[in-house]
Design a protein around this ligand. Structure first.
Ligand SMILES: C[S@@+](CC[C@H](N)C(=O)[O-])C[C@H]1O[C@@H](n2cnc3c(N)ncnc32)[C@H](O)[C@@H]1O
Length: 339
């Protein structure tokens, strides 16, 4: 590896190692980042499920996205201190097919989702779990785990071929925790790595049997075409533009079939906006340029065949599928690369 990338690697490792282990374990799996309701984490799990089973679970995937929208909508109301009786009024409104209740809008995606479920359903529970005095208590685990339970039960009896999967920048098994809880890990030959030793320590403490290693996306420790698929979230924005290109060439080199990458800071302009923060970056990446890099490196590593790169702008996707466009991050994109 070139000296400049070694220097960047040292800076990146220092940046993440300054956090304590508990912070690293918790901070990216809370609130809107919670992989049970974070749309990009859900799309990644769907990417894997689709690779395993094709279109078989399409209907359930749609329902899981709806669930995430419903819980995100409710979390916003709870943040704005909605009262327990307003939640009850919303439930009455839904049952009676109204468009608003007690001064609160009942958004169309909510009524549609409610109508698509048999009664009673998780929306009934979500709107009536709070004690009468306050809504200032977390949504109970069993409700947040609604789809974990469904997927786990459905996937339990499936016996497809296992696929090998690589996750660079896996953090403290942030997404793997849910891949496991949703019954998917059994179907994968998973390999996660992260530059930050404390993250790997956390991941191994939670999953001693799984494969987690300290590693660098700028120099992936694996021969060409080792893995069927690769997925990752929220890493490229933190690299210099040259290091990002090197990282893209590395993941294209080691992957045979498909790549799914979540970005938190991307835009449709022609240029990247480079911003350094201490030892790392917080860039706003150009969609066209990033796509072009995948096309260039995927072509090199797949014997000249052009790769197909699909970009999903999360807010637009939710609007087109569910008529909902208030995603918390307007700059979130997921790219799916077929090699
Ligand atoms: C913003 S966090 C995202 C973590 C996880 N993917 C998630 O979405 O919750 C970025 C992660 O990338 C790791 N990282 C940074 N530079 C890296 C590199 N060069 N190689 C591998 N991992 C790296 C960090 O240690 C950190 O865990």
């Amino acid at each position: 590896m070139e000296q400049r990338f070694k220097i960047e690697t040292d800076g990146l490792a220092r940046s993440w190692m300054r956090y304590d282990r508990k912070t690293l374990r918790d901070y990216l799996v809370q609130g809107v980042e919670d992989p049970r309701i974070n749309i990009q984490s859900i799309l990644t799990r769907h990417f894997l499920i689709h690779r395993l089973f094709g279109d078989k679970f399409w209907g359930l995937m749609e329902q899981e996205l709806r669930f995430a929208l419903v819980v995100n909508w409710l979390l916003k109301l709870l943040k704005a201190s909605v009262s327990p009786w307003q939640l009850h009024a919303l439930l009455d409104g839904l049952l009676q097919g109204q468009r608003e209740a007690d001064g609160l809008e009942i958004p169309p995606f909510l009524s549609e989702t409610f109508a698509s479920l048999s009664l009673p359903n998780y929306i009934c529970d979500l709107l009536s779990w709070a004690p009468v005095e306050t809504t200032d208590v977390p949504i109970p685990k069993y409700l947040m785990n609604t789809f974990a339970a469904i997927w786990r039960e459905l996937l339990e009896n499936e016996m497809p071929r296992r696929i090998s999967v690589l996750e660079p920048g896996c953090g403290s098994a942030n997404d793997y925790r849910f891949i496991d809880a949703y019954g998917l890990s059994r179907l994968l030959d998973y390999h996660g790595f992260d530059l930050c030793e404390k993250n790997i320590h956390n991941a191994k403490a939670m999953f001693p049997q799984a494969c987690f290693k300290v590693g660098n996306v700028l120099e992936i420790d694996a021969p060409d075409k080792t893995f069927d698929h690769c997925f990752m979230h929220d890493l490229f924005e933190h690299l210099s533009v040259d290091a990002m290109e090197l990282a893209i060439s590395e993941i294209c080199r080691v992957t045979r079939q498909g790549i799914c990458v979540g970005f938190f800071n991307m835009h449709e302009a022609d240029d990247h906006i480079v911003k350094t923060v201490g030892n790392y970056h917080w860039n706003k990446l150009s969609l066209v340029r990033t796509k072009a890099l995948f096309q260039k490196h995927a072509r090199h590593s797949s014997d000249g065949h052009a790769a197909v790169v699909d970009a999903i702008h999360i807010d637009t996707f939710l609007m087109s599928q569910f008529g909902r466009c208030d995603y918390h991050n307007k700059d979130a994109y997921t790219l799916i690369v077929r090699l």
